[in-house]
Structures are given as structure tokens and as C-alpha cells.
Design a protein around this ligand. Structure first.
Ligand code: LER
Ligand code: MN
Length: 272
């Protein structure tokens, strides 16, 4: 497995749920702490200067684990289940840009809150709008060697796909080889029955992991069943990215240091 940490630009709002803000400095700090890579939480694809990022990754020996997209929803109010034509086109342009970026950096683009809420809308229509967008983007991504990873998110943030079993159902509906799933153990601790068994029964689809403790602080600072989680990941032969996505408390440097200290200290044998 590899260990990453989530980062964003300087101006990211608190609900970006990232550890470090300011891309260049964040990559240097994460490298110094011993992380293998960073997850880029973006609002727009043009936040990133590709040549500059490539050079910085080479200099620091870091990789991009994935591109995450929650701020496209929280800052720009765009989502997969919106039926407004112009907003759907705007979302398509944004995601195609993320996919282009991911073809060079990480090959994974996350779909968390950006799928949108059902609210009072017709649930069948929401599903159709989602599937239509997901198929279009998966087909575009396939040509670029990129996968889309659906992230079940807890009910207090979104009311559409809260646990891994619901994620699997939607994956079957979308029916594209590169439309898969990621698991965030913070959300799973609220929504899934048991974290280890849910990961194991959805093993074909789980390609990426977000790590946070039960209070969304650094791993080791809450009551997450870490042994159960790592034993499930080991049982399914998981060898992808596990990325720390936590609140930056008491401050970003301490939170990021605590996270890697706990995970590598206790589960270092799973990281090569
Ligand atoms: C939000 O809670 C989250 O976990 C993100 O990764 C998805 O938008
Ligand atoms: Mn997450």
C-alpha cells in the first residue's frame, strides 16, 4: 500500500476537508514527513500548472494519489443529479479537465458529494441523471486510462449513496469497467454495518481508501477499529492508496505528523 495526504489550494474553504493548503508547500511538507503522495482536492482543473507540478513531484519524489472533487459541489454548486442543461455541461467540462489531469497524475478521479442530493426530487430521475453523467464521463476517462471512484458519504452530508452496498448497486447500474468505488472509513463508521466485513464483501470494487479517525481527526485520535480495517485490507490483497483526509487539528503539521506516525508505526508492514 501507499500512504497519501489530502491537500488543496490556499483559498480552499473549511469543507474541503484537507490537511494542508497551498499546493507547493504542501507537497514539500508531505515529502518531508514521509508520505508517498498527495491527493489534490480541486475546484477547477486550471488550478494546476502541469509542467510545474511534474517538476515538483520529480524533485520531491512524490506522486499524486488521486484528484478529488467535493469542492466542485460545495463551492460551485455543480452536481451529477442536477437537471439544468447548462450546469450539466459545466460539470462535464470540469470533470473532463480533471480526467485529462488524472491521465498524467494518479489515474483516479473521485466522486463524493459532487453526485448531489436527492432531496425532494424523484429518486428514479436522480438515478437516471447520475447514470447518464457517469457513463459519459467513464467513456471519456476510459480512453485516457483513468477510473472514476464513487465515494459513499454519510447521511449528514448527502442523502444519495451512504454505504458501500449502495455504492455497489449504483456501480452495477452504471455498468462501466472503469467506474468503481473508494471507501472512506470516517463515513463507513457512521453508515456501514461493520467496516471490515463491508470492505471484504465489496472487494472487487474498492480501489482507494480515505483514512480518518472516528472524530475526523488524525488516525489514532479516536476509536476507529484500525486493526479490523487493516486486517480486511490485507485479506483482500489491497495494494493501492490509503490517503489521510482529516480536519487539520490542532494544526496541519501536527495533524499530518500524527497521522503518518500512527499508521506507519502500527501498520508499517503493509507499506513497502
Ligand atoms: C467528504 O466528507 C469526503 O469525505 C470527501 O472525500 C467527499 O466529498
Ligand atoms: Mn472522503
Amino acid at each position: 500500500m501507499k500512504l497519501g495526504v489530502s491537500i488543496a489550494s490556499h483559498n480552499a474553504l473549511p469543507d474541503a476537508f484537507v490537511v494542508f493548503r497551498g499546493i507547493d508547500e504542501a507537497i514539500r511538507k508531505a515529502a518531508r514527513l514521509g508520505y508517498d503522495g498527495v491527493e489534490l482536492a480541486l475546484v477547477r482543473p486550471d488550478e494546476i500548472d502541469r509542467a510545474h507540478l511534474k517538476a515538483l513531484l520529480k524533485e520531491t519524489g512524490m506522486e499524486v494519489s488521486a484528484i478529488s472533487s467535493g469542492q466542485v459541489f460545495s463551492q460551485r454548486n455543480l452536481c451529477f443529479t442536477d437537471d439544468d442543461k447548462e450546469k450539466r455541461e459545466e460539470l462535464k467540462r470540469t470533470f473532463c479537465g480533471f480526467i485529462d489531469l488524472a491521465s498524467d497524475f494518479g489515474q483516479l478521479v473521485n466522486i463524493g458529494r459532487v453526485r448531489g442530493s436527492k432531496g425532494k426530487k424523484d429518486p428514479k430521475l436522480c438515478e437516471e441523471l447520475f447514470v447518464d453523467m457517469a457513463r459519459y464521463l467513464s467513456d471519456y476517462a476510459e480512453k485516457k486510462g483513468v477510473s472514476l471512484i464513487l465515494e459513499p458519504v454519510n447521511r449528514y452530508e448527502i442523502d444519495f449513496v451512504n454505504n458501500l452496498d449502495e455504492g455497489k448497486q449504483l456501480i452495477h447500474l452504471v455498468d462501466r469497467k472503469n467506474f468503481l468505488m473508494m471507501a472512506d472509513v470516517f463515513h463507513m463508521n457512521i453508515e456501514d454495518d461493520l467496516i471490515g466485513p463491508a470492505i471484504k464483501r465489496n472487494k472487487e470494487y474498492v480501489k482507494y481508501i480515505h483514512l480518518a479517525d472516528s472524530n475526523r481527526h488524525a488516525p489514532g485520535k479516536g476509536h476507529m477499529p484500525w486493526d479490523e480495517i487493516f486486517s480486511a485490507l490485507s485479506d483482500i490483497g489491497f495494494c493501492g492508496w490509503t490517503t489521510i483526509e482529516i480536519l487539520p487539528f490542532p494544526d496541519p503539521d501536527t495533524a499530518a505528523g500524527n497521522g503518518i506516525g500512527f499508521i506507519k508505526g502500527r501498520y508499517g508492514k503493509y507499506y513497502n
